[in-house]
Design a protein around this ligand. Structure first.
Ligand code: G1P
Length: 301
């Protein structure tokens, strides 16, 4: 018998305002901005499914109904595509449609922080371990990041976080973990700090938005006081949980694009477009030409 409890459910918080992407996000949720031809949130859902997740809980907010529509059936669209013989598009939409009853939505009523958003999912998750994927952080690699966290979870149990290395000057943008004893698929976490001040980071391993957490996190988050940025921080809750349960970190072997920022969003679009069989070669030629002409303009200046 497996000694760890199976992770069946995932939480995907989609309640944020997307102020960094205004005016695009005035009427369109930031999670619905596209990387090539799929909304950002679809990448997190695909990654969760690839890692074996059966049920996804979205923590949403006002004016985000279009996210629910994206994960619902679209019978009028399918009939119209069918009348025009668009079989490939129909198959793609059908493959993306979640099974009936396999997604839930709950609302975070006020933007009080990630720790509060996760806490809003407590009843829908119940008393079992769960995965958490922050959809702004988009995994790019042969395998999604969460599948690697599952390997480490099956090895070590407890709580598992995804990490990657960042430049020292970037550390204050993220949650940072301290590195302890090595495990087969990662290492033990010795400490965690949310958005450390310059020079105070315990390492350059930053939390990349992928987690497997035990349900005891909920009762901690219920009483969590505000931390960095005056928000209820998940990292602070995890730090408390680490006093009674183990935390391990899995360094992702691919690359995560921070699509909550303009640079990361553009980079993700280029990376995913280059990897596509249908448009990759054309995009490569065009990006290469743009880079070459940009370089020659810089040299001439
Ligand atoms: C959140 C987490 C932080 C993590 C980051 C990854 O911060 O609190 O620990 O490193 O996501 O994107 P936020 O981006 O909400 O400020």
């Amino acid at each position: 018998m497996n000694r760890v409890r199976t992770v069946r459910k995932a939480v995907i918080p989609v309640a944020g305002n997307g102020t960094r992407f205004l005016p695009a996000t005035k009427a369109v949720p930031k999670e619905m901005l596209t990387i090539v031809d799929r909304p950002v949130v679809q990448y997190a859902v695909d990654e969760a499914r690839q890692a074996g997740i059966e049920h996804i809980v979205f923590v949403t907010s006002r004016n985000k109904q279009v996210i629910e529509d994206h994960f619902d059936d679209a019978p009028e669209l399918i009939s119209s595509l069918s009348r025009s013989g668009k079989k490939a598009q129909i198959s793609e939409l059908e493959a993306m449609l979640p099974a009936a009853g396999s997604v839930s939505f709950t609302r975070q009523q006020a933007p009080l922080g990630l720790g509060h958003a996760v806490w809003c999912a407590r009843d829908l998750i119940g008393d079992e371990p769960f995965a958490l994927l922050l959809p702004d952080m988009v995994s790019f690699g042969a395998r999604g990041c969460l599948a690697g966290l599952m390997d480490l979870y099956n090895e070590a149990g407890g709580n598992v976080v995804g990490v990657e290395q960042c430049a020292p000057e970037e550390a204050s943008k993220y949650g940072i973990v301290g590195k302890g004893e090595t495990a087969r698929h990662g290492f033990a976490v010795t400490e965690m700090v949310e958005k450390p001040a310059a020079g105070k980071a315990p390492s350059n391993y930053y939390l990349n938005g992928r987690y497997i957490l035990q349900p005891e996190i909920f009762s901690i988050l219920a009483h969590q006081t505000r931390g960095a940025g005056n928000e209820i921080q998940l990292t602070d809750g995890m730090l408390t949980l680490s006093q009674s349960q183990s935390f391990h970190a899995h360094p992702y072997e691919g690359r995560t694009f921070d699509c909550g920022a303009k640079q990361g969003f553009i980079e993700a679009n280029v990376a995913f477009a280059l990897a596509r069989a249908d448009i990759g070669d054309l995009v490569f030629e065009s990006v290469r030409d743009m880079v070459l002409s940009h370089e020659s303009r810089i040299r001439a200046a």
